[in-house]
Design a protein around this ligand. Structure first.
Ligand code: NDP
Length: 299
């Protein structure tokens, strides 16, 4: 079997085209604004933020990057977030992770207003997602994976989904979303014993552990759907968790790296930002357009 490639770049572009069309219909001077808080000089974070900014501009979302020195204190950072929470012109707020070690990530993230938490990382939005509540924001990476999965048109009910990784921003929400879609879900991590024996049971395998090319064809059930979230950088290239050339001969669908989950993450973040804008009480555009918003992945 040769797998069909799940083209995240094309799917993300299609989603961005829809966003652009919807934003172009808003009243003049009425634009969603995303604030990105970037602390320190982590090279990968700067690249991610630049990509988000470029893509935001292309769909008509204002993206304000607030660059802060590595040594910023917790209180100073919290007061910047507080200001953004109260600024009616800012509709979405994200804090680029990872933060420098002296900052408590959960405390900082929890300070973002749930209404502007377009990364869906606050405990409040995480809780809504866990309850399968339609109102919250779902974190962009798992949402992007789910959207790619939907393009296969495979019925997810009852499928055994194995997720590698249990971080709060990828693994756990991914597992929850799949559970919400009636999959039977197994979550694995660095202490899981005999991981290949577990992954071989997967109808759907989502890997988010950051171990380059760890997953080979021996880890895969014939015909499995394989979604690779992992990103490892080396010498200007990026590499996923899956040995793509090997696994593509055994999977039914597979995401490439780059060009798979990554672009979908950004597109879903921008989609959440438009949603936050449309829900904001201050904007006159909101009331009218709210009725046209879609929640296709929010069951
Ligand atoms: P974390 O480092 O927070 O979590 C990694 C998870 O993988 C942990 O749960 C860890 O287990 C588990 N893990 C590590 N090594 C192994 C192993 N050998 N076998 C099984 N499990 C293992 O990373 P993130 O969740 O933030 O990100 C995961 C990957 O996804 C990274 O490569 C990251 O760059 C990428 N990423 C990609 C995005 C995209 O848009 N494509 C967006 C966000 C992240 P334990 O908990 O026991 O330590």
């Amino acid at each position: 079997m040769t797998a069909q490639i799940l083209d995240g770049k094309a799917a993300a572009q299609a989603l961005c085209d829809q966003l652009q069309t919807r934003i172009a219909k808003l009243k003049e001077n009425c634009r969603p604004r995303l604030a990105v808080v970037l602390v320190g000089d982590d090279e990968a974070s700067h690249i991610y933020v630049r990509n988000k900014q470029k893509k935001a501009a292309s769909v008509g979302i204002d993206c304000q990057v607030i660059e802060l020195a590595d040594g910023i204190g917790e209180n100073a950072l919290l007061s910047i977030i507080d200001e953004l929470n109260r600024d009616s012109h800012t509709h979405g707020i994200i804090v680029q992770l990872p933060l420098p070690r002296h900052l408590d990530e959960l405390k900082i993230i929890s300070a973002i207003s749930p209404d502007k938490d377009v990364d869906g990382f606050t405990p409040y939005n995480t809780g809504l997602m866990c309850c399968n509540h339609p109102q919250g924001f779902i974190s962009a990476t798992p949402l992007g994976v789910l959207k790619l999965l939907e393009t296969t048109q495979v019925d997810l009910r009852g499928k055994h989904a194995v997720v590698i990784g249990r971080s709060n921003i990828v693994g756990k929400p991914m597992a929850r979303l799949l559970l919400n879609r009636d999959c039977t879900v197994t979550i694995t991590h660095s202490h899981s014993v005999n991981l290949p024996a577990i992954t071989r049971q997967a109808d759907i395998l989502v890997s988010a552990c950051g171990q380059p090319k760890m997953i080979t064809s021996e880890w895969i059930k014939e015909g499995a759907i394989v979604l690779d979230v992992g990103i490892t950088r080396f010498e200007g290239n990026i590499c996923g968790d899956v040995d793509f050339d090997d696994v593509k001969n055994k999977a039914s669908f597979i995401t490439p790296v780059p060009g798979g989950v990554g672009p979908m993450t950004i597109a879903c973040l921008l989609s959440n930002t438009l949603e936050a804008f449309l829900r904001a009480p201050e904007c006159e555009c909101s009331a009218h357009h709210l009725h046209h918003s879609h929640h296709c992945c929010r069951h």
